[in-house]
Design a protein around this ligand. Structure first.
Ligand SMILES: Nc1ncnc2c1ncn2[C@@H]1O[C@H](COP(=O)(O)OP(=O)(O)OP(=O)(O)O)[C@@H](O)[C@H]1O
Ligand SMILES: [Mg+2]
Length: 364
């Protein structure tokens, strides 16, 4: 959940600090009372050195206990704030759709028709996506490329219906994305994000997260095979029932690459018709990254796949490449067409070509 405004985060931090200040103050007051108590006892009854040592020890033990207690209360308050956020998030009502009777000038030949969309984040004045238009046909593999911050992840979040474009419209199978009920939208599409989440659940639950009550074994086996989870599953004594992460005593921690395979398995388990892959390759070396994306393209044959990648070697087999620059689409075409253009894609490809031992001249 993104902050509606940075003010909201500021208010929450202020509230947290206030509570922590109250606890620390209470702690100091109790300490002061103890010291005062010892002084008073000392003044009224001539206490011995033994008594003094005993009272001092009592004071330090009590201080430690109060410290522990206030620490516990502080943690409780902190966690409570997250629970409040979580509750707010869970109770967000599903977006209601306002079915329009007839859509005019509708393109029904493409699975995605993006028409002049512009988008800006609520806490920002400038547009991140600017007047973007393109179309994607059923079954196409599309690569979105561009430098860091050019708007690739933001664009796919708009295509997924997670963000609403401020201007323009996105049609899916000829229907405005704003008019499609969220459940239907999420059934159609699945995504593996750049910043995917590691759930400290069992492998089985991690993969079949969308329906842990009634796991479809055939889909599950297919997903763990395609995502190559099966390769390390045999090394775990409890196989798919192994709990992941280090929080629980019996949890097993995985490597970054293994967590990625779990996340890929989760995306594939859903068997959606449109699949998004946002460069989930942070823990992979460049060669493994190209291999993963090529395998992903293979797995997605027959489906519509939209991939974000910085490794242009993985774009060779894409049907269409969309080049983004500062929130605008500057080039669209396949690998050969874009090389012939000698524009930004050509420049980017050429600068990476040597490291992958591809010769620009040979592939064009
Ligand atoms: N939640 C957000 N709130 C405000 N601005 C954001 C948010 N997320 C991204 N941005 C800004 O939008 C711009 C585009 O970000 P985006 O993540 O879409 O780029 P990207 O092309 O995916 O980059 P990268 O290649 O690094 O993943 C950046 O300037 C970024 O700072
Ligand atoms: Mg990104």
């Amino acid at each position: 959940m993104t902050w509606k405004a940075s003010d909201e985060q500021y208010e929450l931090e202020k509230y947290r600090m206030k509570k922590e200040f109250n606890i620390v103050s209470l702690h100091q007051v109790v300490n002061a009372l103890f010291i005062l108590g010892i002084i008073l006892i000392g003044r009224n009854n001539n206490i011995t050195i033994g008594d003094f040592v005993a009272y001092s020890q009592l004071l330090s033990m009590s201080t430690a206990t109060i410290k522990m207690l206030s620490g516990g209360i502080g943690t409780l308050i902190n966690q409570g704030l997250y629970i409040v956020d979580m509750n707010k998030f869970i109770t967000i009502p599903e977006k209601t759709t306002k079915k329009m009777a007839v859509l005019e000038h509708v393109d029904r030949t493409h699975i995605f028709s993006v028409e002049n969309i512009s988008f800006k984040y609520p806490n920002s004045d400038s547009f991140i996506l600017k007047n973007i238009s393109f179309a994607i046909s059923q079954g196409e593999t599309v690569a979105i490329v561009g430098e860091n911050g050019s708007g690739k992840s933001t664009l796919i979040k708009c295509l997924l219906g997670l963000y609403s474009a401020k201007e323009g419209r996105i049609l899916i199978d000829g229907e405005d994305i704003e008019d499609i009920p969220q459940k239907e939208l999420y059934r159609k599409m699945t995504a593996l994000f750049q910043d995917f989440v590691n759930y400290e659940l069992t492998i089985e639950e991690n993969i079949a997260l969308s329906e842990t009550e009634d796991i479809n074994q055939i889909q599950f086996n297919k997903a763990i095979n395609e995502a190559e989870v099966i390769q390390f599953l045999d090394m775990l004594s409890e196989k798919e029932k192994t709990t992941l992460g280090y929080t629980l005593d019996n949890g097993r921690e995985l490597s970054g690459g293994q967590w990625q395979r779990i996340a890929l398995g989760r995306a594939l388990y859903k068997e959606a018709e449109i699949i998004f892959l946002d460069e989930p390759t942070a823990s992979l070396d460049p060669i493994s990254e190209v291999k993963l994306i090529n395998r992903f393209i293979d797995i997605c044959k027959g489906k519509t796949a939209i991939i974000i990648s910085h490794r242009l070697a993985s774009c060779l087999s894409a049907d269409k490449i969309i080049v983004l620059h500062e929130g605008r689409v500057i080039e669209v075409g396949n690998h050969e067409e874009l090389l012939l253009l000698r524009g930004q894609y050509y420049q980017m490809f050429q600068s990476q070509a040597n490291s992958y031992q591809y010769q620009v001249g040979c592939s064009s």
